[in-house]
Design a protein around this ligand. Structure first.
Ligand code: SF4
Ligand code: SF4
Length: 612
């Protein structure tokens, strides 16, 4: 098959010792042969994209394959229970990353029954492509080559540029890692089933499966499966073994000759790339209805029996590695290979979707690196770089924390393959500097985004305060002008102008109220009905003399009536007697009063009066 196909080469690369033989002597240990750990810790965030929402709480019983984390929007991927059991907690746990940070995780205690949810397959040929993609999102299918990018998102490729070629990555170039090799050897038919689905969704004209030529069993198995399907448009291509041939851009270059430039994507050139493990997961999710709850993991390094296991996500790494016979002297675990892998912060961190290999490290296996020496600008790192970067320049600027400059040297095109560090005669851990620079840049971006969000919120608050002030002053102005208008009306009413009909009506109403109001208990004013009509209609002003007399007479009459009602009758005869005395009687009374006064004075002047 290769004889018909021209292959290309990529720049740089290295040829490290592969260490693959030890873990490929035995077949994959199937799920059924691996005991359940006492507890599973399933991190909710296991893919690129949004953090899934927890769907369970402590105390819930879950079934195997049950969704425990729902995708957060489309750029996210669901997470499922690896077995049936009881949810003990939903809490932050140490994540499988060198940072040692924690991540919200679902802690499940298995009940030992390993009871599946119903898993109906999907009749994908009868469904709309978008429905198939949604199914894959909810099945938690992500790229299993290490990037864990949600697969349903990549299966949208080809809309802008028609997709011509689907590349399936079976190169697996990193030392120690053999999980894809064993998968291709043992499950080639299922891989081809997944490829058929992907190809249909993408509308790709051809499919190229690239496998390094140090995996002859895998190549033979795939070719046999292709022949069995009778599909000549799927080609299994053996590519030269050279690290990092498994990089997506490098494999595309080797298979198609297309050089994807810095800052561009392969889909811009009509090519999309998936890992063989992803193809297998897609087939399982659609044809068997099984969500992604496990993967093949290579266990290698300081263990008695290096091997590949099918492992449920959430299994503690130390539990898994003990199945392979953990040896004395193990100092830690590396997730991934020695070139691109990360040292784990603890032994009990869980296996996740990105875990393709666990290497038990020991000083005998990985000797401490020699001390770092100054860069001698030999250029070896640039010659080894498969992405045509200038590693020593990036190193200088990253070291000086000049992150803007590092980006000018296309830091984010660095695939962290480690070729530059591998060849550096000064033993400079160059990749560590690039990872540091990337982390710092991401951190600054996050902070900048937060600051931008805060600024937008601050400006919105200021605008709101200004708006409220404006509305308040407008209301005040409206109230003031209304008050002024009322005052003008009142002034007009008080003015001695000729009374208008409204004013007369107001006055009449006021008079009516005054007359109706009682002046004393039991006494009422004259009712308007009792008053002469012209009196109520008369405006206030100087009262006419005739009316005045009439009012005085009426008041005197009312006073007399009150006196009579109060029983003041005896006063009347006295007053009458005073009026009826004759002048002689009056003189007699005066004389009598003078005589009484003289007697009183004499009595007051007597000596007895002065004695104490
Ligand atoms: S290989 Fe090492 S010493 Fe040589 S230029 Fe690169 S960083 Fe400097
Ligand atoms: S780690 Fe980055 S800079 Fe170094 S060789 Fe690989 S791609 Fe180039």
């Amino acid at each position: 098959m290769n004889a018909l196909r021209r292959l290309f080469s990529f720049n740089g690369g290295v040829k490290p010792e592969t260490h693959k033989h030890a873990s490929t002597r035995e077949p994959i240990v199937p799920l059924a042969d691996l005991p359940l750990p006492p507890v599973f810790v399933v991190p909710l965030h296991q893919s690129v994209g949004g953090m899934p929402t927890p769907l369970v709480s402590a105390g819930d019983r879950v079934l195997k394959g049950q969704r425990i984390g729902g995708a957060d929007g489309n750029f996210s991927s669901a997470v499922h229970a690896p077995t049936s059991g009881l949810v003990r907690a939903v809490e932050p746990r140490t994540m499988a990353h060198t940072s040692g940070l924690t991540l919200l995780s679902v802690v499940i205690e298995p009940d030992g029954r390993d009871e599946w949810m119903p898993t109906p397959p999907l009749d994908w040929r009868a469904m709309e492509p978008d429905a198939v993609r949604s199914w894959l999102r909810d099945a938690g299918v992500v790229g299993l080559g290490g990037a864990v990018f949600p697969s349903h998102m990549k299966l949208r490729a080809g809309r802008a540029t028609p997709l011509r070629t689907l590349v399936i990555n079976g190169a697996e170039c990193e030392p120690f890692i053999t999980c894809d090799d064993l998968l291709m050897r043992e499950r080639a038919a299922a891989i081809l089933g997944g490829i058929a689905i992907m190809r249909e969704l993408l509308g790709a004209a051809e499919v190229l499966i690239g496998v390094e030529d140090n995996k002859p069993e895998a190549i033979a198995s795939l070719r046999a499966a292709c022949a069995a399907r009778g599909d000549a448009t799927i080609q299994t291509v053996a590519v030269p073994t050279r690290y990092p041939a498994g990089g997506a851009k490098q494999l595309i270059r080797v298979l198609t000759g297309i050089e994807v430039p810095h800052g561009r994507r392969s889909t811009d050139y009509g090519v999309q790339c998936f890992n063989v493990g992803t193809a297998h997961a897609i087939q399982q999710a659609i044809e068997l209805g099984r969500p992604l709850i496990s993967r093949i993991v290579t266990v290698a390094g300081n263990v008695a029996s290096p091997r590949n296991y099918e492992v449920l996500f959430g299994t503690p790494m130390d539990f898994l590695v003990r199945q392979a016979g953990l040896l004395e002297g193990t100092t830690g675990f590396i997730m991934g290979g020695p070139m691109m892998g990360y040292r784990m912060p603890a032994l009990d961190v869980p296996v996740i979707k990105a875990t393709n290999c666990i290497i038990a490290s020991s000083p005998a296996l990985f000797a401490p690196p020699p001390p770092e020496m100054p860069c001698i600008r030999c250029g070896e790192c640039a010659r080894a770089c498969p992405t045509d970067l200038q590693p020593f320049e990036m190193y200088w600027h990253a070291r000086a924390r000049n992150f803007g400059k590092v980006q000018e040297y296309n830091l984010f095109d660095c695939i962290e393959c480690g070729c530059c560090s591998f060849v550096c005669p000064s033993h400079i851990p160059l990749v560590d500097y690039y990872r540091f620079a990337k982390t710092e840049i991401w951190d600054r971006e996050r902070k900048k985004e937060s600051a931008d969000e805060a600024r937008v919120r601050f400006e919105a608050r200021n605008e709101r305060i200004e708006r409220e002030k404006r509305e308040k002053s407008e209301k005040l102005a409206a109230r003031t002008s209304a008050a002024r208008a009322q005052a003008s009306v009142a002034d007009a009413a008080d003015a001695p102008a000729a009374p208008g009909p409204d004013r007369q009506a107001l006055v009449a109403a006021a008079l009516a109220r005054a007359q109706a109001a009682p002046t004393a208990p039991g006494e009422a004013r004259a009712t308007p009905a009792a008053a002469p009509p012209e009196e109520t209609a008369t405006p206030p002003g100087p009262t006419a003399p005739a009316d005045k007399n009439a009012l005085i007479e009426a008041a005197i009459a009312r006073a007399k009536a009150r006196k009579e009602a109060a029983g003041d009758a005896p006063a009347a005869p006295a007053a009458t007697a005073r009026k009826e005395r004759s002048p002689e009687e009056k003189q007699a009374l005066i004389d009598a009063a003078i005589a009484r006064a003289r007697e009183k004075k004499q009595a007051a002047d007597s000596p007895d009066k002065e004695a104490p």
